[in-house]
Design a binder for this molecule. Structure first.
Ligand code: GLN
Length: 551
């Protein structure tokens, strides 16, 4: 039977609970254990798929098509284990299940209540991954939100009951808190942590481990004090200071015997982990030999969490080229005013070595994206388009190379006489928005000799999707005549997955989301080669300016 670790957070949100869970998963996996991570979110949406990225950050999509919280992205990146639909639960999903049973009369006339019905359903879900994967050693369950929130109470009550019902050595509880540094007093303060643990204990959960997030090292005295007042051995109070790279977190925690103490408490006998490769990766991330600048032209640029996986993919992709990728965020709406001509675009993109247009929904910011793509195409700046980025590339090429002046997408210009992007056949007639897009992993065949094939080094790939619209096949011929190569197609040849322009240093756009499969030790091939092209572009512009200076 697996062991169960529960992770809660206190004091404030956004402390990096997901990273702490992912780091624990990383270290336990490095000890040879089979780990599964899951996240329970107390909100009432059935999944985050219907929420705006401004509300919730990126929606991470799994192989099986589950639309998940972005923490599942961290879990997959830190452990390189693919998760599934059952690993992300929300209150909405809990209630959906219970209400469906109630309507079928399965509660046999009883009153359906939070306790025991909601808590029982949560307990069923805690254990479900262990049932589906009998070889799993540890199931780590992160509870979203902060202790003290009304909506997280049923989850905490379920954990309390679960821990009581299981043998003592089969469960552990870890609590993440903030230890603030008060500048005026020049001191760190342990009181918020004490209060947060008191709150958790009042619900009946004594944490076994505390991870204290802080700006500055908190030191042994403070750890001892926290341990004393929170009823914990000082060794079980860990310090987690801000670090320049999230990938450093497992190493910092390991240095404090984090994973060893977890294994001891849970009675798991394991070897010391070999972290040499992870250490090398972190060293490479922290010590790049240079920097390239990539512009990301999107509309959710004020909230970086909306593009979390893209940001991480660039960190991974810089490693093999010994560069750091500096992301320059450009709000696509700023590129669409009438007076944004070529001259202005040249100013805005001055010093940029690559342009990425990411995924998105709705019509806002589209003209700016199209302008950015035209600039990249005409000026031979490396371009990478993702999902909506591919659809905008079809519009730009349609208008400027194919001669379809009003080329558009049925999503935002339904009146366009040339809908080069239209609704997928299987999407017609769908009215429910939740969970109904083309979601998850689909195979794709690559055209031999294409740039895509050169990037991947193979001809059959699989990538994760999240979209409703697709390239309209009635225009393929015209586009091919204009020089576009459709280098990736679904195996039946019906859906365009990749397009590229061979007469360009790097102009590749994809209908899927490659960022979801990039891992720190295994950068995604398209991101890797896009960054390679950006490095080459940087070198050639540097050479040109040296030549100009010499003349
Ligand atoms: N809005 C587009 C569609 O639904 C693109 C989606 C995306 O970029 N993820 O097809």
């Amino acid at each position: 039977m697996a062991k169960f670790v529960f992770v809660t957070g206190g004091v404030v949100s956004a402390l990096g609970k997901g990273i702490a869970c992912a780091s624990l998963g990383n270290l336990l996996k490095a000890r040879g254990l089979k780990v599964i991570l899951q996240k329970f979110d107390p909100y009432l949406n059935v999944d985050p798929g219907t929420m705006s990225p401004f509300q919730h950050g990126e929606v991470f999509v799994l192989e099986d098509g589950a639309e998940c919280d972005l923490d599942l992205g961290h879990y997959e990146r830190f452990t390189d284990i693919n998760l599934s639909q059952i690993n992300n639960l929300t209150s909405g999903r809990v209630y959906e299940t219970i209400l469906a049973k109630e309507r079928k009369g399965e509660y046999l006339g009883r009153t359906v209540q939070v306790i025991p019905h909601v808590t029982d359903e949560i307990k069923r879900r805690i254990i479900l991954p262990a049932k589906e994967h009998p070889d799993a050693d540890v199931i780590i369950t992160e509870i979203g939100g902060t202790v003290g929130d009304i909506e997280s109470l049923p989850f905490l009550e379920a954990i309390r009951q679960f821990r009581l019902e299981q043998p003592r050595e089969d469960t552990a509880s870890m609590h993440l808190t903030l230890v603030p540094y008060i500048k005026a007093a020049g001191e760190i303060k342990t009181k918020p942590t004490q209060h947060s643990v008191r709150e958790l204990r009042s619900i009946g959960i004594q944490p076994d481990f505390l991870v204290c997030r802080s700006e500055k090292p908190i030191g042994d005295d403070a750890r001892r004090k926290i341990g004393l007042f929170c009823n914990l051995d000082v060794d079980h109070v860990f310090e987690a200071c801000d670090v320049p790279s999230i990938y450093e977190v497992p190493l910092r925690l390991h240095a404090q015997n984090f994973d060893k103490l977890f294994c001891e408490l849970l009675g798991l006998e394991t070897e010391e982990p070999d972290l040499a490769e992870w250490e090398r990766m972190v060293h490479a991330v922290l010590n790049p030999g240079g920097t390239v600048k990539i512009a990301i032209v999107g509309k959710y640029t004020e909230l970086k969490d909306a593009y979390k996986s893209i940001i991480e993919s660039f960190i991974h992709a810089g490693i093999p080229h010994h560069v750091g990728v500096e992301q320059v965020w450009i709000d696509s709406e700023s590129l669409e005013a009438d007076d944004v001509g070529d001259h202005q675009l040249a100013e805005i993109f001055e010093g940029i070595h690559g342009i990425l247009v990411p995924g998105g929904f709705g019509d806002r910011g589209i003209p700016g994206k199209v302008n950015a793509i035209r600039y990249a195409r005409e000026n031979k700046v490396p371009f990478f388009g993702i999902c909506l980025g591919l659809q905008c590339a079809m519009i730009e090429i349609g208008r400027d190379l194919v001669g379809l002046e009003k080329a558009g997408s049925a999503e935002f210009t339904p009146e366009s006489p040339h809908p080069v992007i239209h609704l997928m056949e299987e999407q017609r007639g769908i009215t429910n928005l939740g969970g109904t897009m083309r979601l998850g992993a689909y195979p794709c065949n690559l055209l031999p000799e294409s740039r895509a094939a050169a990037c991947y080094g193979e001809l059959e790939i699989s990538e994760r999707h999240r979209h409703r619209y697709e390239v309209n096949n009635s225009y393929l011929k015209q586009f091919e005549e204009a020089g576009v190569v459709f280098s990736g197609l679904s195996p039946d040849g019906e859906l365009v997955e990749i397009l590229e322009l061979p007469e360009h240093p790097f102009f590749v756009a994809v209908q899927f989301h490659p960022e979801l499969k990039s891992r720190p030790g295994r950068p995604h091939p398209l991101f890797r080669e896009f960054v390679a092209a950006a490095v080459a572009h940087q070198e050639s512009t540097n050479r040109k300016s040296v030549d100009q200076a010499a003349n």
